[in-house]
Design a protein around this ligand. Structure first.
Ligand code: NAP
Length: 256
């Protein structure tokens, strides 16, 4: 996709910005003119992303921040530091922080279920709530909150009861947030990737990847930039009449 400039003078907060899809979203948003807050649990990887961001548009100013999205305290601190730095809340937020802790349902430990739900689902709730509260409090005219779900939340996946539940959850969260927040000009949408080449999928055995690829009509894994392109559309005014929606980015893996 040719680089557009649809996000000039927007402030965007991206969790999980230190790696994979979140990093690609930061890069895409920066190319389109946004100032980007790269937020991640790892300071080192957030700084690495920060160092890769272009600064070609006037007034662009990026920062890196550490956050544990599963902690309300940490999310609150993040929003305070963003507002102290920029004198405004982010008008774009992407919830891309996420983890897997796979095991078969019959063996899955309670802790592994809880941790995945806490980061993937509760983390998206905490960020969505904090960003929405800040936007409403300052009377911002518009906002776009994007949550990275997964096709697995729609169709399930062997070994991922916790992950599938968390990703189905973020769709319900997003639809409800979209209904409640539309009167404040805040849109909420999900992007549902299929199999994307990132550190997260490096853990998946080749045998499983090959089997999945045979089911993908476009015949290959997706790239993080291909998910970021859809996030940029949802962040921009080009999607101004879209809210409560989930857009699949799967190479056609599941249609229906
Ligand atoms: P990734 O490369 O592992 O990136 C996830 C990032 O989130 C990492 O930098 C990770 O840090 C960070 N993170 C983990 N726990 C966090 C926390 N508590 N607070 C803040 N940041 C935290 O994975 P990815 O593939 O880009 O995944 C991004 C999102 O896309 C996730 O929500 C994932 O579920 C979703 N997704 C991915 C795929 C795929 O095929 N890759 C498919 C569907 C959906 P550490 O590395 O230090 O843990």
């Amino acid at each position: 996709m040719a680089s557009a400039a649809r996000l000039v003078s927007r402030l965007a907060l991206v969790t999980g910005g230190g790696s994979g899809i979140g990093r690609a979203v930061c890069q895409r948003f920066a190319c389109e003119g946004a100032s980007v807050v790269v937020a991640d649990i790892s300071e080192e990887s957030a700084n690495e992303t920060l160092g890769s961001l272009p600064n070609d548009h006037r007034g662009q100013d990026h920062m890196a921040a550490v956050v544990d999205v599963s902690s309300k305290e940490s999310v609150k601190k993040l929003l305070t530091s963003v507002q102290t730095c920029y004198f405004q809340p982010p008008s774009v937020c992407v919830n891309a922080a996420g983890i897997t802790q796979d095991d078969f349902l019959l063996n899955m430990e309670e802790e592994d279920f809880d941790r995945v739900v806490q980061i993937n689902l509760k983390g998206s709730f905490l960020l969505t709530q904090a960003v929405a509260q800040a936007l409403v409090a300052c009377g911002a005219p518009k906002g776009s909150i994007i949550t990275v779900g997964s096709i697995v939340g729609k169709v399930g996946n062997i070994g991922q009861a916790n992950y599938a539940a968390s990703k189905a959850g973020v769709e319900g969260l997003t639809k409800t947030a979209a209904k409640e927040l539309s009167r404040f000009g805040i849109r909420c949408n999900c992007v549902l990737p299929g199999f994307i080449s990132t550190p997260m999928t490096e853990k998946v055995p080749d045998k499983v990847i090959n089997k999945m690829m045979s089911l993908v009509p476009l015949g290959r894994m997706g790239q993080p930039a291909e998910v970021a392109d859809v996030c940029a559309f949802l962040a921009s005014d080009e999607s101004r009449y879209i809210t409560g929606e989930s857009i699949q980015v799967t190479g056609g893996l599941f249609m229906g």
